[in-house]
Design a protein around this ligand. Structure first.
Ligand SMILES: [Zn+2]
Length: 301
């Protein structure tokens, strides 16, 4: 009798331990998955065509995925290569068909060198002139790396069209002789499943005023020029482009105060909804065949 009740006690003890460890396992491993932000889980699952404005802090980086092809517009700052690579892995993207570097500033091309060593890049569209305020050293390193890795270098030319899966990119403007680097930005329109997105790099008002004369800049979505600085997004340009939504790519608490209060005010005036990577983090637009898209962000909006 004595040994039986001892056994029972031991059994009870081991059952309690089992329950404790199962509970611990649940709290440590299962619960975090269940309560993880649904937006982020949703973000990485879709196989549809999408454009993602990757949060690279105070810089620019946009990923385009259409069909089986992918493109990247700008590569953030020097430390962004690792971050971009991680994002590509999360999406299962193993090569980049087209890379565009809009202009020769480190917040647009800084992450290229690290990324190009980790993943295959097939074509690189990049201008070959640098203004005095541009960063020629980084440009030179990129060109020598691209040559050594057999990445095809393409000079931007107005009217050039590049296919990315079902999407296309058309270069609308590019002035290789502009006196300031920002205004040498390659300006182009991306058409993806009946939606259009306009990219202007860091081009400033002087360039925008010229662009505003053309119907070609009409778009559904505008990536705000120069991270939302008030050197860009002038009234005439916003009116001519008439986007429904605008995206500012800028760093949290950045010292430039991007996006500028004036720009935000103008967007509100023209009823243009806007999102910003400093607050929303990475922002993804997923497109379908019916002229519509859904917006997913790492952080709510
Ligand atoms: Zn910039």
């Amino acid at each position: 009798m004595g040994s039986k009740s001892k056994k029972k006690k031991i059994n009870k003890k081991s059952t309690a331990l089992k329950i404790f460890f199962i509970g611990l396992f649940f709290v440590l491993f299962i619960l975090p998955v269940l309560i993880a932000p649904t937006a982020e889980k949703h973000m990485l699952k879709s196989s549809a065509d999408f454009v993602e404005f990757i949060n690279v802090g105070q810089g620019d980086c946009t990923l385009i995925k259409s069909g089986n092809e992918a493109a990247i517009i700008d590569f953030g700052v020097e430390g962004s290569g690792k971050r971009i690579y991680k994002r590509l892995l999360e999406y299962g993207i193993e090569s980049i068909d087209t890379a565009i570097i809009t202009h020769h500033h480190s917040d647009h091309m800084g992450g290229f060198l690290k990324l190009a060593k980790k993943i295959e890049i097939k074509h690189l569209i990049i201008g070959n002139t640098t203004a005095e305020d541009g960063e020629r050293d980084i440009y030179n390193s990129i060109i020598s790396l691209a040559r050594s890795m057999n990445i095809k270098i393409i000079l931007p030319q107005i009217g050039n069209i590049f296919k990315i899966g079902n999407a296309s990119i058309e270069i609308l403007a590019y002035d290789s002789a502009a006196p300031e680097e920002n205004n040498r930005s390659v300006i182009f329109k991306l058409c993806i499943l009946n939606n259009s997105l306009l990219f202007t790099g860091d081009a400033e008002n002087i360039v925008e005023l010229n662009l505003a004369k053309s119907e070609a800049i009409k778009c559904d979505i505008l990536k705000l020029g120069h991270h939302g600085s008030d050197t860009s997004s002038c009234t005439e340009f916003l009116k001519a482009a008439s986007p429904k939504i605008a995206i500012a790519s800028c760093g949290y608490d950045n010292s430039y105060n991007h996006p500028a209060a004036d720009v935000v005010q103008r967007l509100k005036e023209y009823n243009i909804k806007y999102l910003r990577t400093d607050l929303n983090r990475s922002i993804r637009l997923t497109f379908n065949n019916k002229n519509t898209y859904t917006i997913t962000t790492e952080r709510g909006f």
